[in-house]
Design a protein around this ligand. Structure first.
Ligand SMILES: O=C(O)c1ccc(O)c(O)c1
Ligand SMILES: [Mg+2]
Length: 633
C-alpha cells in the first residue's frame, strides 16, 4: 500500500514535517507549493531531503486557474505551467495537480477545457511529466468529479488524468458510486480527507475543518470502496487543511494520518475483496466486552486514603498479589487493583513518580486478547510489556491515552487463570456488606482538547465502537468538550473522552496537576440506586453535595413529583431522562487532584451520560476546592 500525505496537513517547518511523515510510515509526500516557497531551499535540496527520508514525491500541487482562460491569460497559463514543469524536474516528481478554475474571467465549456488539457498533455509529455485534474467543490465551471472526468476523457491524452479528492465529492453529497465507472488507470492520484458535518460555505469548510479519515462524518469508506472498484492501485494521499492541526504536534498528526489510512483501507478491503491495493492483513475491529479491572498506581500513604474511599463504596480487599505490592478490591463483577510497587523497573512505580496516585491502567475484556494486541499494533499503537517474574502471566497490552496501559483479557485458560494463579485470597476481617455495585458502567478520560481526535480515532479504529455526538460542558473556567465511545452492538464498553482547553477548568486542572494522567473518573453501575444510596450512607460514604437549585430546576424541567425529587435530594442523586429511559447518578467527593467515582443506574435504555448534570457536578466540585477560610456552601 503506497501512502502519502500533503505537506500542508501537518505543522512545523519543512524538515520537521518530512521527518514526521517518514517516521509515521508513509512512503510518499505531496509537496504543497507554498510550503516550499516559504522554506528557503531549492527544489533540488527538497528532493534530496525527501530522498534521505526514503519518501517518494507523489505530487506537486496546486496549479490554479489553468483551463478555459481567454487570451492573453491562456498563453500565460501555459507559460506558468512550463515553469512548474521545470521545478518538477528538479523535485524529481512526475505529477502535478491542476485544480478547477475559480477565476471569474474563465470561460466555461467542456470542449474548451478538454482542448486546453490536450495541449498541456502534449507539453507535459515532452517534459516527461503528467498532469491530473481535480474538481474543486467551489470551482467556477467545474465542481463535480464527473465533469472533470468528462474533460479528461475528451482530452484523450496519456499524460492527462483525473485526481479525486474525497472532500470535494462528499462535501457536495455527490454519490461516490459514480466513480465506479471511471477506468482506474485514468485516475492519477486519490486524495483523502474527512470533515465534521457543519453547514457552512464549502471553501471555508474545506480550508479550515478537514480532518483525517475516520475523524469526521463523511462517508470516506464508501468513497474509497468506489475508487478501489475501479482497479486503482496508486498512492492514497491525505490532504488535510485544518486550523488546529497547523499548530499541533507534527509527529502525532503524522501518526494519526497513517493510522487513519490503514483503518480506512482495512474496512475497504473487507467490503471490496477484489481490490488491487495491497492492504496489510490484521484481525477485524475488536469487540470490547467491558472493563474487567482498573489499576491504580499509588504511594503507600495515598493508598490508605484510597482504600478508605473504596471501603465507603462497599469494596472489600479480597486478594493480594503473590509477588508484587498489588492489592485487589472487589464488588459484584468489579475489580480495582492498587499497586504500590515502587521498584524502579515497574511501570506502576514509574507512573506514580510522574503522575502521583492515578488510575494508570485498565483491563478490557475481549474475545481474543492476542488478536486485540495484533490489531492495535497494526494500527500503530505502542505495544506494552514489562518484565514478568517466573510463573507470572504475560497479558497482552498496549499504551493509550496519557501513556496509560490497556490490558486485554479473554476467556482462554492461559489468561482467565490470572486472578487465581497470581493472587492470594484475603479473608476480610469483618465483612461489612456491599453497596450493590455490579460492574463498571464507564471510564471517563480527560485529555487536552487538541488530542481528542487522536484518541477518538485510536479507540474507534482498534475497537468496534461508535462515537456519540460531541457535547459542550460549560465549566466556569472554560469549555470542556465531551464525546463518548461505545462498543457495538451492545454498549458493554463505554468510555467518555473529555477535552479540556484551559487549565482553569476542573478537567484541565486535573490534567495539569496529574501531569497528563487521563482517567479522571470511574462510574460503577447499580441496579437499584436507592438501595445503593442507603447502603453508601451506612458505609460512611460522603456524596458530593449538590445545590438545592438543582433539584428545584429538575422538578420543573421534568415535571417530577415533589416527593420523588425530595428523595433524590435527600440521597444526593442526580437525575436525567431521555426518550428511552432514566439515569440516576451519585458522585463521590474528589480524591487527590480531581479524581472521583460515580455510581449510576440506567433504567430502560437510557443512552447518555447525564451531560445536563455535568455543570452542577463541576460547580459542586469547585465549591469543595475553595481554599481554607473561604465559605464552602
Ligand atoms: O483549497 C484549495 O485551494 C485546494 C487546493 C488544492 C487541492 O488539492 C484542494 O483539494 C484544495
Ligand atoms: Mg485536493
Amino acid at each position: 500500500m503506497r501512502t502519502s500525505i500533503a505537506t500542508v496537513s501537518i505543522s512545523g517547518e519543512f524538515p520537521e514535517k518530512l521527518a514526521a511523515i517518514a517516521r509515521a510510515g508513509f512512503t510518499g509526500v505531496e509537496i504543497f507549493e507554498n510550503d516550499f516557497l516559504t522554506y528557503d531551499a531549492s527544489p533540488r535540496e527538497v528532493a534530496a531531503m525527501a530522498r534521505d527520508h526514503g519518501l517518494e514525491i507523489t505530487l506537486f500541487q496546486p496549479f490554479r486557474d489553468f483551463e478555459g482562460m481567454p487570451e492573453p491569460h491562456r498563453a500565460r497559463a501555459f507559460e506558468r505551467a512550463e515553469r512548474k514543469f521545470d521545478i518538477m524536474g528538479e523535485l524529481g516528481t512526475d505529477l502535478m495537480l491542476i485544480c478547477s478554475n475559480v477565476s471569474p474571467i474563465s470561460l466555461g465549456g467542456i470542449d474548451r477545457a478538454a482542448d486546453d488539457f490536450r495541449e498541456l498533455g502534449e507539453r507535459a509529455a515532452k517534459r516527461g511529466v503528467r498532469v491530473g485534474y481535480e474538481a474543486l467543490a467551489w470551482g467556477r465551471h467545474v465542481n463535480d468529479h464527473r465533469d472533470a472526468w468528462e474533460i479528461v476523457r475528451r482530452a484523450d491524452h496519456a499524460a492527462v488524468g483525473l485526481i479525486l479528492d474525497s472532500f470535494h465529492t462528499l462535501s457536495r453529497k455527490i454519490d461516490p458510486d459514480t466513480i465506479r465507472s471511471i477506468p482506474g488507470d485514468r485516475i492519477f492520484i486519490v486524495q483523502l480527507a474527512d470533515a465534521p458535518l457543519i453547514d457552512m460555505d464549502l471553501l471555508y469548510w474545506s480550508r479550515h475543518f478537514r480532518n483525517m479519515p475516520g475523524e469526521g462524518d463523511l462517508p470516506v469508506v464508501d468513497f474509497m470502496r468506489a475508487v478501489a472498484a475501479t482497479g486503482y492501485a496508486g498512492p492514497l494521499s491525505l490532504e488535510i487543511f485544518n486550523d488546529q492541526f497547523r499548530g499541533g504536534s507534527a509527529r502525532a498528526l503524522a501518526e494519526d494520518g497513517h493510522r487513519s489510512l490503514v483503518y480506512v483501507m482495512d474496512q475497504v478491503a473487507r467490503l471490496e475483496p477484489d481490490i488491487r491495493i495491497a492492504v496489510p492483513p490484521m484481525p477485524d475491529r475488536i469487540h470490547a466486552e467491558g472493563i474487567e479491572f482498573v489499576e491504580f498506581a499509588a504511594g503507600t500513604e495515598e493508598k490508605v486514603n484510597l482504600e478508605a474511599l473504596l471501603a465507603t463504596l462497599g469494596f472489600e480487599k479480597t486478594a493480594r498479589h503473590r509477588n508484587r505490592d498489588v492489592d485487589l478490591y472487589t464488588q459484584g463483577g468489579i475489580r480495582i487493583a492498587i499497586n504500590t510497587d515502587s521498584s524502579g523497573d515497574s511501570f506502576a512505580g514509574a507512573s506514580y513518580s510522574v503522575h502521583g496516585t492515578n488510575a494508570y491502567a485498565f483491563g478490557m475484556r475481549v474475545e481474543n486478547a492476542e488478536a486485540a494486541r495484533e490489531r492495535a499494533a497494526a494500527l500503530g499503537a505502542p505495544v506494552f510489556s514489562e518484565p514478568r517474574q517466573p510463573g507470572e502471566i504475560s497479558v497482552p497490552a498496549i499504551q493509550g491515552v496519557g501513556n496509560g496501559v490497556i490490558y486485554f483479557l479473554d476467556d482462554a485458560p492461559a489468561l482467565s487463570a490470572i486472578w487465581q494463579s497470581e493472587f492470594e485470597p484475603v479473608v476480610p476481617a469483618a465483612p461489612r456488606g456491599n453497596a450493590g455495585l455490579t460492574r463498571i458502567d464507564h471510564l471517563a478520560q480527560t485529555t487536552r482538547y487538541d488530542e481528542m481526535l487522536t484518541w477518538l480515532l485510536f479507540y474507534t479504529s482498534i475497537f468496534a465502537t461508535r462515537r456519540t455526538p460531541m457535547v459542550d460542558v460549560v465549566d466556569p473556567g472554560g469549555l470542556v468538550r465531551s464525546q463518548a465511545i461505545e462498543s457495538l452492538p451492545d454498549q458493554r464498553f463505554r468510555l467518555t473522552m473529555n477535552g479540556a482547553d484551559s487549565r482553569k477548568t476542573f478537567a484541565g486542572k486535573f490534567l495539569a496537576e496529574g501531569f497528563g494522567t487521563s482517567i479522571q473518573h470511574i462510574a460503577f453501575a447499580t441496579d437499584d440506586i436507592f438501595f445503593t444510596a442507603r447502603a453508601l450512607t451506612a458505609l460512611g460514604f460522603q456524596a458530593l453535595p449538590i445545590s438545592r437549585n438543582y433539584y428545584d430546576d429538575l422538578e420543573a424541567r421534568f415535571g417530577l413529583e415533589p416527593a420523588f425529587s425530595d428523595r433524590l435530594r435527600a440521597a444526593g442523586i442526580l437525575y436525567d431522562r431521555d426518550d428511552n429511559g432514566e439515569y440516576f447518578q451519585i458522585y463521590s467527593r474528589t480524591f487527590g487532584e480531581g479524581f472521583f467515582f460515580e455510581v449510576v443506574e440506567r433504567r430502560g435504555a437510557y443512552g447518555g451520560y447525564g451531560a445536563m448534570n455535568a455543570p452542577f457536578r463541576i460547580a459542586a466540585q469547585r465549591r469543595l476546592l475553595r481554599p481554607e477560610g473561604m465559605p464552602k456552601r
